[in-house]
Design a protein around this ligand. Structure first.
Ligand code: OAD
Length: 254
């Protein structure tokens, strides 16, 4: 993949960089994306039909079991080169905001510090009755653990379809989109709002919009630069070229 030199020059002069990631950034770690067909045990379910308050109300055991399966899967995977490159990139700019729709915690495991989680985190639960956040709970087999305070069923602390995003996180994300010089949209189909509105918002406010995704998305036509390919391959190349542009090697002299 050839990265346009004009894009590297933009990075070399940028002060404020904002990144939005989606499930595609974790695909090369082995985490299935949302709109991929599910495999194995879960192949007959549509994630969009499991990730709703209605699904939990109708069949809480099924929804809890699905999230338990995803938690177990996450214990077996590692951050990939895209997560690692983003963690290094954070250290190169005076302001760097990483906004993620992912609930897998892989950015933090890769070393990113300033991560805004728009859709929550699967490692936490909350009481389905009162919303109390629960960071750890006893192993209960196939039964759903209960809230230690009120006895309500626990549910994952993630945003489901039809639910509002956390207010402070959304505000941080919008401010970061409005105020950046460069906005990178990585591994998201940009079909789910309000996150999907962030790249156009950044563009409206004069940011250079960059997309990294092997497929065409709703962002592709609006982007100033499209790096079409897997994030785990493109991000390390992009990082190396920016590093080179920011601190070029001194010429070899005799
Ligand atoms: P999607 O599954 O909709 O999209 C994943 C995107 O990643 C697609 O555009 C793929 O082309 C792209 N992709 C796949 N492999 C890639 C790779 N190696 N490198 C880069 N890109 C790759 O996932 P999201 O856009 O994250 O919300 O979905 C957004 C939200 O919808 C999720 O957070 C979740 C979901 O339903 C809630 O649960 C509220």
């Amino acid at each position: 993949m050839t990265i346009p030199p004009q894009l590297i020059s933009r990075f070399a002069t940028a002060k404020r960089v904002t990144v939005l990631t989606g499930a595609g950034v974790s695909a090369e770690s082995g985490v299935p994306t949302f709109r991929d067909a599910l495999t194995g045990l879960w192949s007959k379910f549509n994630p969009e039909e499991l990730a709703t308050p209605g699904a939990f109300f109708r069949n809480p055991n099924l929804v809890w079991a699905w999230y338990e399966w995803r938690r177990k899967l996450l214990k077996q995977v590692e951050p990939n080169p895209a997560h690692l490159a983003l963690a290094q990139m954070e250290r190169m700019f005076s302001e760097f905001n990483l906004i993620t729709q992912n609930v897998d915690g892989l950015h933090q495991r890769a070393g990113s510090r300033n991560v805004t989680e728009l859709h929550g985190n699967i490692a936490r639960s909350k009481c389905s009755e009162e919303g109390t956040i629960i960071n750890s709970w006893p192993e209960t087999g196939t039964e759903i653990p209960k809230c230690p305070q009120c006895g309500g069923l626990l549910r994952p602390d993630v945003v489901w379809f039809g639910e509002d995003l956390p207010v402070a996180e959304l505000k941080t994300a919008e401010t970061a989109a409005i105020n950046c010089d460069l906005f990178l949209s990585i591994g998201t189909s940009a079909e789910v709002y309000p996150a999907a509105g962030l790249p156009p918002l950044a563009r409206q406010h004069q940011a250079i919009l960059v997309e990294i995704n092997p497929d065409v998305t709703t962002i592709t036509k609006q982007a100033h630069f499209v790096l079409a390919g897997p994030a785990g391959e493109i991000m390390p190349q992009l990082l190396a070229q920016i590093q080179q542009a920011i601190s070029p090697q001194p010429p070899i002299t005799d």
